[in-house]
Write a protein that binds this ligand. Structure first.
Ligand SMILES: CC(C)(COP(=O)(O)OP(=O)(O)OC[C@H]1O[C@@H](n2cnc3c(N)ncnc32)[C@H](O)[C@@H]1OP(=O)(O)O)[C@@H](O)C(=O)NCCC(=O)NCCS
Length: 153
């Protein structure tokens, strides 16, 4: 059931379909310096532990997440919202959905990794109750550290 966000906007989260990969891939390229290729997204559809959700805003696909369910842990492998639809609470809405689904699937925590310089994402995760639980030094090819963040469910 779609949810009314403001007086005139509807947001809805649904499972991704294979035919969504072109739109997902466009948002990915607009969001990351080193984006996943379209083949990487296609591969996710066939992985048993992978769950892909998309978020629609007034029926337009404007964001997505890729989550790996590994035993009792959910790992957010990828998440992005199209640049012109940011700061509308859409990623927060998607993460709340991931929390509910992960809990229903028996997970006790959600984990992710984020670049130290990605202030928008770090603020988002902190707002959603995630805490920094570790640092992977020089994890990225540009020498940046990765922060491990976790939310207990
Ligand atoms: C990170 C991202 C997913 C946030 O999506 P969004 O839909 O704009 O997020 P929301 O509107 O739900 O924002 C929730 C909170 O996150 C924080 N936030 C979001 N964008 C921010 C920004 N540009 N600067 C600072 N804080 C920001 C704020 O605390 C915000 O709450 P507020 O709007 O009440 O201040 C989006 O910026 C994005 O797609 N970035 C590129 C991809 C990416 O970095 N993904 C994460 C990889 S780990």
């Amino acid at each position: 059931m779609p949810k009314k966000n403001t007086a005139s906007s509807w947001i809805k989260i649904r499972e991704a379909k294979l035919t969504d990969v072109w739109k997902i891939s466009k948002i990915e390229r607009d969001s990351f310096e080193k984006p996943w290729g379209i083949d990487a997204f296609i591969y996710e559809f066939f992985k048993k532990h992978s769950r892909l959700w998309v978020i629609e805003y007034n029926s337009e696909l404007v964001g997505y997440s890729v989550v790996w369910i590994i035993k009792d842990e959910a790992y957010i492998a990828n998440i992005a919202v199209a640049p012109s639809f940011r700061r509308k609470g859409l990623a927060s809405f998607l993460i709340r959905h991931i929390m509910n689904e992960a809990q229903n699937l028996g997970c006790s925590s959600i984990v992710l990794e984020v670049k130290r310089s990605n202030i928008a994402a770090i603020n988002l995760y902190k707002k959603m109750g995630f805490e920094i639980v570790g640092i992977r030094e020089k994890m990225y090819s540009d020498g940046e550290d990765g922060l491990i963040m976790e939310k207990l469910l």
